[in-house]
Structures are given as structure tokens and as C-alpha cells.
Ligand binder design. Structure first.
Ligand SMILES: [Zn+2]
Ligand SMILES: [Zn+2]
Length: 330
């Protein structure tokens, strides 16, 4: 077995540091936390997932750029997914730093505080999508045993919503609401240095994920958030995974194009006959669903369908309340 990878710190600009932290997920090997100097203090944006040795990893990454956890005066969370928020309780307990986070965190509270409820939601998404009962139940058995990646649920001391501004050595950091990927998602923008801290709203590698079932239309929210960050004219984007990138507009366009392409594929898949979300997956993503991809591709497909339904382009039907939903062009 290879040795576990260590956290890594890297200076990006004067006062801005990338803290690259290992993740246990296939295909997503790291997440980034960002440290921003603020006078004598330090703003820590995101803090990585809670797992064995994860606080050491964070401290090790900070040490590499000459910083320590004790300097942290603000813990800021871009969104309440485990890889960004998981260690928040640990960091708050250790540093006493106030936690800044968007208030729409029911999606995280359900995942951490109510594992049975979270499992029931996953079951409902699978059932609604047309996944047969037996494979669905065995898939969920696997989920039941996975750790949440969240040390403990900790509430925000300060609501982090659009317009909130934090002073930093990059100049004021202004908060923008960018839901879609998660209801609690925000980006931070430093107008003086034109640096955008984008969380998972905008990533170096275009990779879509939508928290389905918490808000009426995650796709519309996400597209609105792309318009929001496009108007900022950022020159450098530092995101929740991967390296910083400077062609921010191209990344925004690529995200928008991929959403539109998948919306078109969803609609085109319903040209001949009504289908379930499960049956639509190969046409949208170019390959059938697997137990690995199910956890994000079914919610993503349901997000496209719901968006098209709200636009009057498709409608859903089912025989009884226990049956899978079939979708047809309206
Ligand atoms: Zn995320
Ligand atoms: Zn993430």
C-alpha cells in the first residue's frame, strides 16, 4: 500500500496560500483550503474533510508556508459539503475562531445529524428515478457504513451571505451567493486584486454537481451564479479542487455550455417515448449509470428534468405514489 499523501502548502500571491489536502474519494484526490492574510490574523477559507489525521494534514500544509492554525481569526466556508466544511468543528474548537457560513445548510445538517433521514432521501431519489428496489437497497447498505467526513455539526457565528465583506491583505473580500452546486454555496471576490475564491462553483476541470431536492431549481440557480461571477471580471480563480487558473471567462462559458448540452440531451432523450431518469442517463452522459456515478448523476439528471419541467418543456407522470416517475416532452 502506498504511503498516505501529505497536505501541501503553496504561496499563490503575497497574502494568499493554497492548502492542498488529501481526500479518500476516487477521482477527486484533493481539496483546497485557502489561507488569506488579514493584518495580524488569517482568514481560513474551507478546512478539508474530517478523517484520520486530517487536522495534522491541515497543520502540515500551513507549516509549509510559514503559518499556523493559531493565527486563524476567521473560518469561512464556501459551502457545507464534507470536503470543505468537515473539519469546521475541530478548527473552531482548536482556534476559537468564529465561523462564517451561509445559513442554508439543511443539506449538511441532514447528512450529518440524521443519517437515516439522509439514507431515506437517497432511497427516494433512486426510487423516483426508476432504480429497481433490490440493487437500490444493496447500494444504500454500502452508503450506510461510509463516514460522513464531518467531525460534528457546528452552526455559524456569522451568516455569510451576498454583500458581506471581510477585510484582508488582498483588499476587501466580498461575498456573492452562488447556490446550485449546494444551497449554501458562496464565492468570495477581492476586487482590488481581482481574485475569485470560487469553492466548487467554478472548478479548473469542468465538473458539475447539484444538490437536488433542497431548492426548486438548482440548474437555474447555478446558471445565475455563473452570470454573477462573470460580471466580476476576475483575473485569477482559486477553487475548491485543482490548481488556480486565469482563463476565468473560458471556464464560465464551458460550464454554461455543458449545462446547455446536457439539457438538450435530456430533452432529446424524450423525443420518442417517456423514460425514467435512470433510462435517460446513458443519453446524457454517454455511458450507463454505475453504483459509483449514481450518487451524483441521478440527482443531476433530476435537476435537468425539474428545470425543463419549470420551463414547460417536459412533464412527469407516474401510476401510483410508489411507482417510478416517467418523463415525457410536454
Ligand atoms: Zn462541493
Ligand atoms: Zn468540493
Amino acid at each position: 500500500m502506498s504511503r498516505p499523501e501529505l497536505g501541501r502548502g503553496e504561496r499563490i500571491l503575497p497574502g494568499l496560500f493554497r492548502l492542498r489536502l488529501p481526500l479518500p474519494w476516487p477521482g477527486v484526490p484533493h481539496c483546497n483550503a485557502w489561507a488569506v492574510r488579514a493584518g495580524d490574523g488569517l482568514i481560513l477559507v474551507d478546512c478539508g474533510m474530517h478523517q484520520d489525521g486530517s487536522l495534522d494534514q491541515l497543520e502540515y500544509a500551513l507549516t509549509q508556508v510559514g503559518l499556523t492554525l493559531d493565527q486563524v481569526t476567521h473560518l469561512v466556508i464556501t459551502h457545507a459539503h464534507a470536503d470543505h466544511y468537515g473539519q469546521a468543528a475541530t478548527v473552531v474548537a482548536r482556534t476559537g475562531a468564529p465561523l462564517w457560513m451561509h445559513p442554508d445548510i439543511d443539506h449538511a445538517r441532514a447528512g450529518y445529524g440524521d443519517p437515516d433521514g439522509a439514507l431515506a432521501r437517497r432511497y427516494e431519489i433512486g426510487r423516483q428515478s426508476g432504480v429497481p428496489d433490490r440493487p437500490l437497497r444493496s447500494f444504500l447498505e454500502h452508503y450506510r457504513d461510509l463516514p460522513s467526513g464531518i467531525a460534528a455539526f457546528v452552526a455559524a457565528d456569522h451568516p455569510l451571505t451576498g454583500g458581506v465583506t471581510l477585510e484582508s491583505d488582498l483588499g476587501p473580500l466580498v461575498v456573492y451567493d452562488t447556490p446550485g452546486h449546494a444551497p449554501s454555496h458562496v464565492c468570495l471576490f477581492a476586487p482590488e486584486s481581482r481574485v475569485l475564491i470560487s469553492g466548487d462553483h467554478l472548478l479548473g476541470r469542468v465538473s458539475l454537481y447539484f444538490d437536488y431536492g433542497w431548492t426548486p431549481d438548482p440548474i437555474a440557480e447555478f446558471l445565475g451564479g455563473l452570470d454573477t461571477v462573470e460580471a466580476l471580471d476576475a483575473r485569477l480563480c482559486v477553487s475548491g479542487h485543482g490548481r488556480p487558473f486565469s482563463d476565468v471567462d473560458a471556464h464560465i462559458r464551458a460550464n454554461r455550455d455543458l449545462v446547455q448540452e446536457r439539457l438538450r440531451a435530456t430533452l432529446a432523450g424524450l423525443a420518442d417515448m417517456p423514460l425514467t431518469a435512470l433510462e435517460l442517463v446513458p443519453g446524457i452522459f454517454g455511458e450507463p449509470l454505475t453504483p459509483i456515478t449514481a450518487s451524483w448523476r441521478l440527482p443531476e439528471t433530476l435537476s435537468y428534468l425539474t428545470h425543463l419541467e419549470r420551463a414547460g418543456a417536459v412533464r412527469r407522470e407516474r401510476d401510483g405514489p410508489e411507482d417510478a416517475e416517467r418523463w415525457r416532452q410536454a
